[in-house]
Design a protein around this ligand. Structure first.
Ligand code: SF4
Length: 250
């Protein structure tokens, strides 16, 4: 499997879930490499913004920002190697994230099966951008989908980021919740349109302020909470930003 590489090692880390329905829950994160989208504000751009690709990123204007050499940012591990590493950690909630993990869903299904066979208490959450339908084999092993569809502020084309059949799949899946990153009222309008278009239950919607610093999150907290009250959505913070800042691997 292709995992993101951090400090020369595959990005697998034991922390707490910082966002959404399971916020605060001790979890092991497995960060897969590769993504089928290219959001201009992506904070895991080292999973896809490879040298030679044409994608734009907000950080392009920062001095010293360069695209990533693909070979240096991917750790190749077998499913057995990953399972062995996880079994050393005293935690049974596993979050499959990325990049876009569903790009490697066959291998991830193998991994989940292996772990469940070793210990039936394993619980799997999948963080996905909601553009790929899971296979039956994959779906049967997942406890919770944290679907985070991208809005126009991501600068991906509508065709790439809004796949009606995938929205319909997740809107009708009782294990799926939707998490939208919201920056302003325009974003909120888009969310309302999508929720109505795909008949998403308000109780399954989480609004999260955009921001990678506690100050920036705080700026948006109040009006976003008011929006949640108005539409019966859930509010979610980004706990890990308050605790660790904008750091990788925590
Ligand atoms: S879908 Fe997620 S990982 Fe992919 S580019 Fe967007 S924010 Fe980054």
């Amino acid at each position: 499997m292709k995992l993101a590489k951090l400090n020369g090692k595959a990005e697998i880390f034991h922390t707490i879930q910082g966002e959404g329905k399971s916020i605060g829950r001790p979890s092991i994160f497995i960060r897969t490499s590769l993504c089928n989208l290219h959001c201009s504000w992506c904070d895991t751009d080292y999973t896809w913004n490879w040298t030679g690709t044409p994608f734009r990123h907000d950080k392009d204007v920062e001095p010293g920002y360069e695209k990533y050499a693909k070979a240096e940012y991917i750790a190749e591990l077998s499913v057995t190697e990953i399972a062995a590493e996880l079994e050393q950690i005293n935690c049974r909630n596993v979050v499959l994230t990325g990049g876009e993990p569903l790009l490697q869903q066959a291998e991830l299904a193998e991994l989940m099966l292996l772990l469940r066979r070793a210990n039936s208490n394993y619980r799997f959450e999948v963080e996905t951008n909601g553009t790929i339908i899971p296979t039956n084999a994959f779906d049967s092993l997942v406890s919770q989908y944290n679907v985070s569809p991208k809005l126009s502020n991501s600068n991906n084309s509508t065709k790439l980021r809004e796949k009606p059949e995938v929205y319909n799949f997740f809107a009708g899946n009782t294990r799926a919740v939707f998490k939208f990153v919201v920056s302003d009222t325009g974003d909120l309008e888009e969310v309302l349109t999508l929720v109505s278009r795909y008949d998403i239950k308000p109780g399954n919607v989480y609004l999260m302020p955009e921001g990678t610093s506690p100050e920036r999150l705080k700026e948006k907290q109040q009006w976003l909470i008011e929006a949640c009250k108005k539409y019966n959505f859930n509010y979610t913070d980004r706990l890990h930003i308050h605790i660790y800042g904008n750091k990788r691997g925590v």
